[in-house]
Design a protein around this ligand. Structure first.
Ligand code: CA
Length: 617
């Protein structure tokens, strides 16, 4: 593939004279940029045989070369340009020369999109649909495999490529929008040219190119635009911690400190709390952050300032290019934390209303809250990360549903106490709440396929404070044996492939229970979509009694009462103790069933049930 690329790029070059010329520029990254950013300096990374000897020159209004950095490897040249406020958008030439030898490359600066809704972040008014692109729908069977990519189509292999793509997501946007989702988080779409198990995308091999099996860069931008037209924003998964061992850098690393433990990898011991532990040793802290996950994922050294600039720019490039609604970054606590502070600061500086969510897989709010921006950290750490995933609530809620109703304190106490620790978060409403994701058991499997518990979970995640996220297929009870492989829990969405016996997009072949689940999620999310009280209202909960947990979402105009009964028996709930929130309301209408209940004295709760009541007279 590299040869093909080289040939294509060579055709684009204008070589005016090459006396003994051996220099060639194979790549310039970023491939284009924009005028109008707050941060004026732009780094161009150039790669090609012996190009460090070249000296660049440009002549374009408002643009100048601020510095040129050469590294150990003569095949790289880092050119920094100053793009002033009066820089003209347009294409100009960069002339690289050494003596009489010159190479000319054209470079494009586009005007930055200044529209008010461009790159506006997701908020608690949104509901996120997490899609693994290889597993959702195959909209273009022609891109299922390529001769130059080793990992071929194999739908029988849970870890193989299944053929899903961006076209498939676009073809089914009416479904996603109809379900009530307003955001789609795509697992990584950048090229992952790995020999096996490349489908999940978490091994980037080219930072600026969409994997051809998923589509093209242009298709990604088109998909984002089509989504926006249906009220859906795109959240892009960006891998900043590491690369795939098939990355083009690995054939010719720029410097001896490009990777951590370069040439002699050491695996991380996964001691994530070293990031905030006041007693942590340097030994543990460094080993944790610099260690690799596995040999096939080389760990990047973001302390190298050239690499740091490269990664920041790559993130901003995709935001501007596709008009993203957000970025999700996995492995947040494995990254060099001062770099990540700067990375997030740079993005938020350009897009103050943007959102980024980081993954810290801890069940302790003291740990997850450390990463959220705002507040005073005990060690003075400055974070600029708006959102984190609420792993503590995810774990505690499932544990509550699966708890022993006969236990002395009932099933809800731990969750109730945990949510009470929201004071640790600078912005609890910006937490992303979720029943599951692509790395854990499906919610229906977690709940041992108990539909009553599933219904309670869906009501909870649609109404709890924060930004709800569901994994594609949750809405049709996707499941698998417990502790099955990642490949299996990322099963194909039925109906996404021609000839599928079941089609969840139009309901054909779904079981009655699957249809009930789909209608439940659709009802909840479409109701939530227009409900200001859920989007921005306050949260109050009452101490659980026995196995009943009651909480309210409320604002000046409306009150929503959520009642979760995990008891195995019918419970009569005395409503008197909720007077401070119920006020003058006498009735509540259940959003799911449409039934009206008197709440003046008591309510009869079915076993294992949820009520979602809009209160009124
Ligand atoms: Ca395909």
């Amino acid at each position: 593939m590299r040869l093909v690329r080289l040939a294509i790029i060579a055709c684009l070059l204008t070589i005016s004279a090459a006396p003994g010329g051996t220099q060639e520029i194979e790549r310039i990254e970023p491939p284009s940029w924009w005028t109008g950013f707050e941060h004026r300096e732009l780094q161009l990374m150039l790669h090609g045989n012996n190009i460090s000897l070249l000296t660049p020159d440009i002549d374009h209004a408002g643009v100048s070369i601020s510095r040129v950095v050469r590294v150990e490897n003569p095949n790289y040249l880092f050119v920094y340009m100053d793009i002033g406020p009066d820089a003209e958008p347009g294409t100009f030439e960069i002339i690289f020369s050494e003596g009489n030898y010159t190479i000319t490359r054209s470079y494009e600066l586009r005007p930055r999109n200044s529209g008010p809704n461009h790159a506006r972040g997701f908020t608690s008014a949104d509901a996120i649909y997490l899609i693994m692109p290889d597993r959702f729908a195959n909209g273009d069977p022609n891109n299922d495999e390529f001769y130059f990519l080793d990992d071929k189509l194999d739908r029988d292999d849970p870890y193989g490529r299944h053929g899903g793509d961006l076209q498939g997501i676009e073809d089914n946007l009416d479904y996603s929008a109809g379900m009530g989702f307003t955001s789609v988080w795509l697992n990584p779409v950048q090229e992952a040219a790995m020999p096996v198990a490349s489908y999940h995308g978490y091994a980037t091999t080219d930072h600026y190119t969409v994997d051809p099996r998923l589509g093209t860069n242009e298709q990604l931008r088109e998909l984002a635009a089509e989504m926006k037209a249906r009220g859906i924003g795109m959240i892009m998964d960006q891998v900043v911690n590491h690369i795939g061992s098939g990355h083009w850098w690995m054939d010719d690393l720029p410097a001896s400190d490009w990777l951590n433990f370069q040439g002699d990898p050491v695996m991380t011991p996964h001691r994530r709390t070293t990031n905030m532990d006041p007693y942590a040793s340097n030994h543990d802290t460094i080993l944790h952050a610099d260690g690799w996950f596995v040999e096939s994922l080389p760990d990047l050294n973001q302390r190298n300032p050239l690499l740091a600039d490269y990664l920041v720019q790559n993130s901003i490039w995709w935001v501007e290019y596709a008009g993203l609604q957000g970025i999700r970054v996995g492995s947040w606590p494995y990254l060099e934390k001062h770099f990540m502070s700067d990375w997030a600061r740079r993005i938020m500086q350009e897009y103050p209303d943007f959102n980024v969510v980081g993954e810290e897989w801890s069940e302790l709010p003291a740990v997850t809250s450390y990463w959220q921006r705002g507040g005073n950290k005990h060690d003075g750490y400055m974070s600029f990360l708006p959102s984190v995933f609420d792993f503590p609530v995810q774990a505690a809620f499932t544990r509550a549903l699966k708890g022993d109703p006969d236990s002395f304190s009932g099933v809800w106490t731990s969750l109730y106490e945990l949510v009470g620790m929201d004071f640790l978060y600078p912005e609890p409403m910006s937490l992303v709440i979720f029943p599951d994701n692509h790395e854990m058991d499906r919610i229906y499997a977690q709940l041992e396929e108990n539909f009553d518990l599933y219904r309670m979970a869906m009501v909870y995640y649609a109404t709890m404070r924060g930004i709800p996220q569901f994994f594609y297929g949750d809405e049709i009870l996707a499941s698998h044996p417990r502790a099955s492989s990642h490949g299996e829990l990322r099963s194909d969405f039925p109906g996404g492939w021609e000839g599928d016996a079941v089609n969840a997009f139009n309901g054909e072949g779904l079981t009655e229970q699957q249809r009930n689940a789909q209608q439940l999620v659709s009802r909840l999310l479409n109701w939530r979509k227009n409900n200001q009280t859920i989007h921005h209202g306050k949260f109050m909960h009452f101490a659980p009694i026995r196995n009943v947990y009651v909480y309210f979402r409320y604002d000046a105009d409306n009150t929503v009462m959520v009642i979760l009964n995990r008891d195995e028996d019918t419970v009569v709930l005395d409503t008197g103790r909720f007077a401070e929130r119920i006020g003058d309301a006498t009735h509540g209408t259940d959003v799911v069933s449409g039934k009206r209940f008197s709440i003046e004295d008591s309510l009869v709760l079915e076993p294992r049930s949820a009520l979602l009541l809009e209160l009124g007279e």
